[in-house]
Write a protein that binds this ligand. Sequence first.
Ligand code: SF4
Ligand code: SF4
Length: 193
Amino acid sequence: MEPINVNQSISKNADFIEQVGIESGQPVHKCYQCGKCTAGCPVAFAMDYPPNQVIRMVQLGLKEELLRCNSIWLCATCSTCTTRCPCNIEIAHVMEVLRVMAGRSGTTPPGKAKNVELFYDSFLNTVEKYGRMFEVGTILQYNLKSKKPFNNADLGLPMFQKGKLKLGPSKVKNANEVARIFAEARRMEGGGK
Ligand code: SF4
Ligand code: SF4
């Protein structure tokens, strides 16, 4: 990362810092960089900025760097960091808000992190349609979107044989209510996808 002028960055992106705090509901300003979150994070090794640095970057208003980093897409929302954090900061919420902000700003996830976004989309599409997870539908959508139609195809047959996958979807009762929640979320987000 290039050297930064901390004061300039904070004053230029004050709105961003405030918005992350409001949307996540997390007291990001309390972080004092003890590093316990990163020490326990199972994915930190693959992130371009580990969790403690992500929180510090929010404090410093490094918006562009955050919205295009892979850390926000690799976070597995396991909450290990939160259980270790002396300030009770829900870092997974912060990561989630940053993902939403990246989507709103049209920032494409870097490298392989793009596949995480495609998986989220595929998963949520099936939940919106059936009111619950439909594994085969999610896998097919994901494979087509990621242009690898036969990805993991060799695993399909053994999973069918063991009853782990069903060919057809099962809908929950009142699946239309779930679809309505999706529509309302889109309306609140300003009519986005
Ligand atoms: S919630 Fe995300 S950042 Fe926190 S420990 Fe899990 S993977 Fe790491
Ligand atoms: S554990 Fe909490 S206080 Fe410590 S670095 Fe991580 S977010 Fe900051």
